[in-house]
Design a protein around this ligand. Structure first.
Ligand code: URA
Length: 219
C-alpha cells in the first residue's frame, strides 16, 4: 500500500482539518460536513493527477482547442456509511460521472470495550477492473475499512483503489498494510496520522465521533 499525506505541505487542507478537530468549531454541524466535503474534493483533485485522459479536440466559439478529458466511466466512489457521506459528495463533485457504492458496516460492542465490525449490506455496481475511491474519514483500527474492501471484492477486483481518510491512527495504517493483498494496487490518502487509540478505539487526539458530529448522536 502506498501512503500519501495530504498535509505534508502547507495547504488549505491543514486548515480544514484543524477546524474539524476544534471542539468549538465542530459544534457547527453544517461547517463540519462542509469541511469533510471540501477535503473529499481536494483529495479527488490529487487523485485526478494519476488518472487517464483522452486526447480530444473541443470546438470553442472561436476555433478548435486540443484538449484532454478524463476517462470517467471506470471510477466508482465508495463510502462506508454514514460518516463518509460528506466526503463522498466532495469526491463526486469532482468526478461527476462516477458510479457509486455504499457499504454499511458498524461496530458491534462486545465485552471489555471489545467490538467486532458487523457488515450490513453493500449497494454497488460491478467493480472488476475499475478505479475505486473508498472514503472513510476516520481510519481507527482499520477493521471497518477491511470489511468494506473485502465486500467490494465480492463485486470484482479493482485495478486501483484510493482510500481517502482525514485522520488515521498508526495502528489503523499498520492493520491495512498487514491485511490488504500485497498484489492489489491500493493507495492511502490521509491528512494526519495520530499516535494513539483509546480503549474504545477512538483516535487521540483525533476529532471525536465523525458520524455523530456530521449527523447527530445515535441511540
Ligand atoms: N470513528 C470516529 O468517528 N472517530 C474515531 O476516533 C474512531 C472511529
Amino acid at each position: 500500500m502506498k501512503i500519501n499525506l495530504l498535509c505534508r505541505q502547507n495547504s488549505i487542507v491543514s486548515h480544514y482539518v484543524a477546524e474539524l478537530r476544534d471542539v468549538e468549531i465542530q459544534k457547527e454541524r453544517l461547517r463540519f460536513r462542509k469541511n469533510l466535503e471540501r477535503i473529499g474534493e481536494l483529495a479527488a483533485y490529487e487523485i485526478s493527477k494519476l488518472l487517464h485522459y483522452n486526447e480530444t479536440q473541443v470546438t470553442t466559439p472561436l476555433g478548435i482547442a486540443p484538449s484532454k478529458m478524463l476517462r470517467q466511466d471506470d471510477i466508482v466512489v465508495a463510502s462506508i456509511l454514514r460518516a463518509a457521506l460528506p466526503m463522498h459528495n466532495g469526491v463526486l463533485n469532482i468526478f461527476d460521472h462516477a458510479e457509486n457504492c455504499f457499504v454499511s458496516a458498524y461496530r458491534k460492542s462486545g465485552k471489555d470495550n471489545k467490538f467486532t465490525i458487523a457488515f450490513g449490506y453493500i449497494s454497488s455496481p460491478p467493480i472488476e477492473g475499475k478505479t475505486v475511491v473508498l472514503c472513510d474519514p476516520m481510519l481507527a483500527t482499520g477493521s471497518s475499512m477491511m470489511v468494506a474492501y473485502n465486500a467490494l471484492l465480492e463485486r470484482g477486483v479493482p485495478q486501483a483503489t484510493h482510500i481517502v481518510s482525514v485522520i488515521a491512527s498508526r495502528d489503523g495504517v499498520e492493520y491495512l498494510k498487514k491485511h490488504l493483498p500485497p498484489e492489489h494496487n491500493v493507495t492511502l490518502w490521509v491528512c494526519a496520522v495520530d499516535d494513539e487509540l483509546t480503549a474504545k478505539s477512538y483516535i487521540v487526539p483525533g476529532l471525536g465521533d465523525a458520524g455523530d458530529l456530521a449527523y447527530g448522536e445515535k441511540v
